[in-house]
Design a protein around this ligand. Structure first.
Ligand SMILES: Cc1ncc(COP(=O)(O)O)c(C=O)c1O
Length: 360
């Protein structure tokens, strides 16, 4: 078996022990005589997994009782609609921060549903920077302030949180569970699973009681947070396979030492890569402002597009894949999510060093 270091932006690398466990159990789930993905979602086998996934997430985040965990489908993209449908009924306003490709999509959907105030617009700066947290103010009457904690394509990440007196609503798709966060500031967090948690096909929503209470009662069933919360995410058939894998990933992360462990690993991995850019400043250029460089999606440029192509091709031969920047921005990008071992970042940093010496 030859596993490469997979730096893809998502779907992305998963912990090997989790994949091996799935492989062991996929045909005959713990002696049941059938696979978990063939089992009823209301039967005992899946019920245990469902409850354990929620318990594992609660433990990892230290989630207080007044937050509900919802396991949904439709990716983070459906949340771009569900958030305003639930919270901006009747045209109520919300504040949004326009920080990159993903925030842009969230804003576009919210504008079709309610009133959106842009309290930050990074368009002119080509989304290469974020405001300081203290510069972000909520507008009068806003129901929430929406952030994208980490822009997967642009490589900017909020390192501190705005102190506003409205609940933060946050798309954490690409840095979910990668660091400790002040939960009390967040009224609602959502994330697609396929970067830091599990396979695609699952989105997690964490919603606080008081925010849930304000949600619309007039929505069709799947769109209603209240219906999913009342049914413990079993109103309809949940995405059982991604929830099963996520449960195993959560067990793995909790077993390793929880958020302090992942947070330190994220810092160590990213420091290695940014350190290499500092070491070769005439060869590697990080376009992102220093105060908001992502610890999950590290982006950089080389002196020419030809050298970038060569870098990516040679890295692939050396066992590192997924380093091409998003097609909309070009360059290189290393996605170093929770399951990327430190060794992956060390190998990449060593390769960067050698490549710069050869071609710089
Ligand atoms: C920050 C962010 N938000 C939202 C999405 C959309 O997620 P999904 O494809 O699960 O709908 C992505 C996908 O990469 C993302 O990176």
């Amino acid at each position: 078996m030859a596993r490469i270091f997979n730096f893809a932006a998502g779907p992305s690398t998963l912990p090997l022990p989790v994949l091996e466990k799935i492989q062991q159990e996929i045909v005959d789930y713990q002696g049941a005589g059938f696979s978990l993905i063939e089992a009823s979602h209301r039967g005992p086998h899946y019920s245990e997994v469902h409850a354990a996934a929620t318990a594992g997430l609660r433990k990892l985040l230290g989630l207080p009782e007044n937050y509900h965990v919802l396991w949904l489908q439709g990716g983070a993209t459906l949340q771009f609609s569900m958030v305003p449908l639930n919270l901006l009924a009747g045209g109520k306003p919300a504040d949004y921060t326009l920080t990159g490709t993903w925030a842009k999509k969230a804003v576009a959907d919210a504008k079709k549903i309610g009133k959106v105030n842009l309290v930050f617009d990074g368009t002119e700066a080509k989304f290469m920077t974020l405001p300081r947290a203290s510069e972000v103010k909520a507008s009068a009457g806003a129901v929430f302030l929406h952030l994208t904690s980490n822009e997967t394509i642009g490589g900017v990440q909020w390192q501190e949180w705005p102190a506003v007196d409205v609940p933060l609503v946050c798309d954490m798709s690409s840095d979910f569970l990668s660091r400790r966060i002040p939960l009390e500031k967040f009224g609602l967090i959502y994330a697609g699973a396929q970067k830091n948690l599990g396979p695609a096909g699952l989105a997690v929503v964490i919603i606080r009681d008081d925010v849930l209470a304000r949600c619309s009662d007039d929505l069709t069933a799947y769109l209603s947070y209240k219906i999913h919360a009342a049914g413990d995410s079993l109103y309809n058939t949940p995405p059982v396979f991604p929830i099963w894998v996520s449960r195993l990933v959560l067990d793995y992360l909790n077993g390793k030492g929880g958020l302090p462990w992942v947070e330190k690993l994220a810092e160590d991995r990213s420091r290695l890569l940014y350190g290499m850019m500092d070491k070769h400043p005439d060869f590697y250029r990080c376009p992102v402002a220093a105060h908001c460089r992502s610890k999950m999606n590290v982006v950089w440029r080389l002196p020419s597009e030809d050298l970038e192509k060569q870098f990516i091709a040679e890295a692939k031969k050396a066992g590192m894949d997924g380093l091409k920047g998003h097609r909309s921005v070009g360059g290189c990008r290393a996605s170093i999510y929770n399951a990327m071992p430190l060794e992956g970042a060390q190998t990449l940093a060593g390769f960067m060093d050698e490549f710069a010496r050869k071609h710089g």
